[in-house]
Design a protein around this ligand. Structure first.
Ligand code: BTN
Length: 242
């Protein structure tokens, strides 16, 4: 992993470039990193604010597992980011299902997984990672103030982003192999350790209603198990508005 690293100063999106390279045959483990993105993409077609002070990267993977497992890999990536941030900075992020990294209730990192598959075969998977590192409060646009934070804001100092990138790639290499050999159970355990409000009662807003539920934990398929007046059922992404 990371044997081929493509570094750009400013591009529209590492995700788009990684897709193009993967389509053209780039190797498993190729990493695309940009100092700045001018058209960063978030989940659900949102724009992703990507100035110079953050880590914006996309990892190309060519796994032999089934397309179904892609969501497990996204959850794995969230645990890797949490561990890397904790190891380098001493801050302990939590993971808000499915894969937002929060510190003090504000988002510090996000993951966007995109897949090209045919039948039961994955041609390539692109894991996009965005992490706010050295932004100050004033660097964020007004509408993000209550929602977004950075490692610098939370720790009170500036960080060498290369050290964080290195930690992420090292953990990724190790944990990805471990996951291939041992399956999802360790990922699930670590995810739940960092899981935001796991075991707590939260207000859940779905597209239809609003109610109090208890967050129980992860399921093998990447869904979130919740308990609602005594009965347990899984929640799939897209259904939940926090
Ligand atoms: C989210 O919505 O939480 C996911 C954000 C993912 C952002 C990263 S930054 C690197 C890669 N390139 C993109 O355009 N998006 C992802």
């Amino acid at each position: 992993l990371g044997k081929h690293v493509i570094h750009k100063t400013s591009i529209p999106s590492t995700q788009t470039l990684a897709q193009k390279l993967a389509f053209e045959g780039a190797d498993h483990g190729t990493v695309v990193i940009a100092d700045e993105q001018t058209a960063g993409k978030g989940r659900l077609n949102r724009a992703w604010f990507s100035p110079n002070q953050g880590i914006w990267m996309s990892i190309i993977l060519r796994p032999s597992f089934l397309p179904l497992q892609a969501s497990q890999l996204t959850l794995l990536t969230a645990t890797i980011l949490a561990k890397s941030v904790e190891e380098v900075t001493g801050l302990t992020p939590s993971i808000k299902w499915p894969n937002d990294l929060l510190i003090q209730d504000r988002k510090v990192a996000g993951i966007l997984t995109e897949m090209q598959s045919e039948h039961d075969h994955i041609q390539y998977l692109i894991i996009g990672i965005g992490m706010n590192v050295n932004q100050n409060e004033k660097d964020f646009p007004e509408e993000l103030h209550s929602k977004a934070t950075s490692i610098q804001i939370e720790s009170g100092k500036e960080w060498d982003m290369r050290i964080i990138i290195q930690a992420v790639l090292q953990h990724f290499e190790k944990q990805y192999d471990h996951y291939l050999q041992k399956g999802f159970s360790t990922v699930k355990e670590i995810w739940e350790e960092y899981g935001y409000k796991i075991g707590e009662v939260v207000t859940l807003r779905t597209t239809q209603e609003e109610k109090q539920v208890t967050l129980i934990g992860l399921q093998e398929d990447g869904s979130l198990l919740i308990e609602d007046s005594g009965t347990r059922h899984p929640l799939y992404s897209g259904e939940i508005i926090w």
